[in-house]
Design a protein around this ligand. Structure first.
Ligand code: AMP
Length: 421
């Protein structure tokens, strides 16, 4: 137990952390380009926020939350997603007072008690954006473009964008009834989850992945046929904006959420080479959520992308950049008496911004040269008694093999000249 992490968690080891930093950098660059600003909220929130903000009939709330009681008898939950927390923060910090449209992004760990498998973890990471304040379809299109551009920039081309509209509290009840009429005689053939969804949240039956449920829902009525004028116009405008932006999409009437605060646009991006866990991005509009959380009615839209899935995809397609860990100089003291002088040089070089390392293991020169090679050091600064006596070092250029005796004060200059060249 002591040396085994909890099931469904993963360490990001030093050799992999560069890949994470790379993805995070691309994310930050894209968000800067689109003017989305970072928001960092706590990893735990009051449980009530998620009950309201995600919905009590969802799988996340019914089966997947890490909920605990703290020492003050409060029920807290490790965030299973971040939209509700962003909305909470937006209201608590009155972000609406600063600007009409808040464009926010986050990157961080989420927690769900899910069955772990490749691409599915109990602690995983999401990058997500939320735009709060605009009800028009242009912001929906912008958010989708941000996701598409990010995935393309990372080199992922085999993307499929699925699109649907889930209507609004005006038109959805009409559809809900139509769907229930369609499903009524089939309920016995549905899985037990879907049998209970039939009354509480029938639209969720449509996105059940179990084969018998997909079979039973063949030929189900489409919500597109029930949309009110406002929802239908919004959806048509979004489709033309995406066409103008030259983004292909596939209409998928099964893409549903079914809770009152989810409205209009729902979308998902799949990367098919990932197989079973091919969903890399899920998002949609939630015009009722801010009011559900106690604020003034405010439209919102967002998405979340799973970073582990992106990483898997990039690994699979060999798209991860080769990260160079080369250092400028390895300082090699010959004998423990030289450690002090070596350390002083090391500090001086680092202060000047030169990537430098030295031998902390008090090993011989042979081992140190091997070490320098491991670090792909451009130079090795050897300090023996003779060199030290003259306040000099033997500077070896590891590429050319040329060695020269240079004064301590010149080391930095020599290295910089070479690095610049
Ligand atoms: P969701 O919040 O369920 O819409 O998920 C958004 C994205 O997060 C998905 O498309 C996945 O890429 C990712 N994701 C969701 N659940 C997990 C999980 N348990 N492990 C890894 N990634 C996940």
């Amino acid at each position: 137990m002591l040396v085994t992490g909890p099931r469904g968690t993963k360490d990001i080891l030093p050799e992999a952390s560069g890949n994470w930093q790379y993805i995070e950098q691309v994310v930050r660059d894209i968000c800067r380009l689109y003017l989305y600003k970072e928001i960092r909220t706590p990893v735990f929130e009051h449980t009530e926020l998620f009950l309201r903000g995600i919905g009590e009939t969802t799988d996340i709330v019914e089966k997947e939350m890490y909920t605990f009681t703290d020492r003050g008898e409060r029920s807290l939950t490790l965030r299973p997603e971040n939209t509700a927390a962003v909305v909470r923060s937006y209201l608590e910090n009155k972000l609406y007072a600063d600007t009409l449209l808040n464009k926010l992004f986050y990157i961080g760990p989420m927690f769900r008690y899910d069955r772990p498998q490749a691409g599915r973890y109990r602690q995983f990471h999401q990058f997500g954006v939320e735009a709060l304040g605009s009800k028009g379809p242009a912001i929906d299109a912008e958010i989708i473009m941000l996701a598409v551009q990010l995935l393309r920039k990372l080199g992922l081309d085999d993307l499929t964008l699925y699109l649907n509209s889930v209507g609004c509290p005006q038109c959805r009840p009409i559809y809900r009834e139509k769907l229930q009429d369609f499903l009524r005689e089939k309920t016995l053939h549905l899985c037990s989850d879907c049998q209970s969804r039939f009354e509480r949240n029938p639209m969720r039956v449509l996105d059940c992945k179990k084969e018998k449920c997909t079979e039973q829902t063949q030929g189900a009525p489409h919500i597109a046929d029930c949309l009110c004028d406002e929802c239908s116009t919004h959806f048509n405008q979004l489709k033309s904006l995406l066409t103008l932006a030259e983004v292909d999409f596939i209409l998928n009437p099964r893409l549903v959420r079914g809770l009152d605060y989810y409205t209009k646009t729902a979308f998902e991006i799949q990367y098919s080479p990932l197989g079973a866990q091919s969903a890399v991005c899920g998002g949609g509009r939630y015009d009722g959520l801010v009011a559900e959380c106690g604020g003034q009615s405010t439209p919102g839209i967002g998405f979340a992308i799973g970073i582990e899935r992106i990483l898997l995809a990039l690994e699979k397609q060999n798209l991860l950049p080769v990260i160079s860990n080369a250092i400028d100089v390895f300082v090699a003291p010959m004998g423990s008496d030289m450690q002090g002088i070596a350390f002083k040089l090391l500090c001086k070089l680092r202060e000047k911004g030169i990537t430098a390392e030295m031998d902390f293991m008090e090993k011989g020169i042979k081992w140190q040269m091997k070490q320098a090679n491991k670090y792909s050091a451009k130079f090795v600064a050897i300090i023996g008694e003779e060199e030290a006596a003259q306040n000099k070092v033997m500077l070896k250029n590891m590429l050319t093999g040329v060695q020269e005796l240079v004064s301590m004060d010149e080391v930095q200059q020599k290295i910089e000249l070479d690095v610049e060249a």
